[in-house]
Design a protein around this ligand. Structure first.
Ligand code: C2E
Ligand code: CA
Ligand code: CA
Ligand code: CA
Length: 276
């Protein structure tokens, strides 16, 4: 990955979204956006449930579209995947995220998580590139979490498993994203060399008013502990839920109650505010 500084500029903040690709999104417009540096990252804080202190961020891609404004992943990711542009996008995201992270947090032990489409593991060059990128910005692979979703549906499971295993051997952390909703969640635990489970936010946002959701969260946390995996909950929208997660022994939490996805500058300020 190219880790020279290309970090771009997204001004507007997240808005509520309606599903489906935005009308302005075509493969050609994505290529244009890639060439013009219109893709940028927002960072959402992750904290320790027990201590309440920052443990890192999840990088979430945004598209600063010249006409449509700030677009969320659901407006363009599917088009990018279908058009075979996801590798180029991931490359930009990883180098941009690592540059930012190294500039501000190299001397800390915070983590940075990236979302990777399982479809983007076409060749082993991915391992070499992310390893070289993390080395060039002096961030240990142990501080980089790769969040995987939809791994049950890749066209070549053997190659994917091979690449994930080698990433793990190289020290990168692997997390099963959206745990609990995929039809293959449980078998992924057996198959994949993961270090973290990320409980799907559907369970977390409903926990406060659903005993069933609470039991599912308790069970997943218990399962994670037995398997020696760290459990993260996303979608924490109120303090009741955060306390509940601490009580059941969930390690990490993320959600609007803790912090929204924000621009790099605000994310740095957020960490500084936590420490004082
Ligand atoms: P995800 O990985 O499950 O990311 C969490 C999503 O939940 C994010 O939506 C985040 O903004 C949202 N969220 C965070 N806290 C809360 C909360 O308290 N309540 C609720 N209701 N939602 C919350 P976002 O940023 O729109 O991303 C959507 C999905 O797009 C992500 O789901 C991920 O699968 C994908 N994605 C995002 N960035 C990337 C990327 O760089 N590469 C790839 N391949 N996929 C990405
Ligand atoms: Ca994720
Ligand atoms: Ca998720
Ligand atoms: Ca997802």
């Amino acid at each position: 990955f190219d880790t020279s500084d290309t970090s771009a500029h997204a001004k507007p903040s997240d808005t509520d979204y309606e599903p489906k690709a935005h009308p302005a999104v075509s493969p050609d417009s994505i290529v244009q956006g890639l060439n013009d540096g219109q893709f940028t990252l927002h960072y959402q804080p992750v904290i320790s449930c027990a201590a309440g202190t920052p443990v890192g961020f999840e990088a979430l891609v945004r598209w600063s579209h010249p006409q449509a404004g700030l677009l969320l992943p659901q407006h363009f990711l599917a088009v990018a995947e279908t058009a075979g542009l996801i590798d180029r996008l991931s490359e930009i995201i990883v180098s941009q995220g690592l540059m930012w992270f190294s500039r501000h947090f190299r001397e800390t032990d915070l983590l940075l998580a990236f979302n990777l489409s399982a479809h983007s593991f076409h060749g082993d060059s991915f391992i070499d590139r992310i390893a070289a990128a993390s080395r060039s910005v002096d961030i240990a692979p142990e501080r980089i979490v790769l969040e995987l979703s939809d791994t049950g549906r890749v066209s070549d499971p053997t190659t994917t498993l091979n690449i994930l295993t080698r990433l793990r051997v190289n020290g990168f952390q692997l997390s099963i994203d959206d745990f609990g909703i995929g039809y293959s969640s449980m078998s992924e635990l057996l198959r994949l060399p993961c270090t973290t489970i990320k409980i799907d936010r559907k369970f977390v946002t409903t926990a406060k008013h659903s005993e069933e959701a609470q039991k599912i969260i308790t069970s997943i946390t218990d399962l994670g502990r037995r398997l020696g995996l760290r459990v993260t909950a996303e979608g924490v929208e109120d303090d009741w839920t955060l306390s509940f997660l601490a009580t059941v022994g969930c390690a990490y939490a993320q959600g609007y109650f803790i912090g929204r996805p924000m621009e790099g500058k605000s994310a740095v300020e957020w960490v500084n505010q936590q420490e004082h």
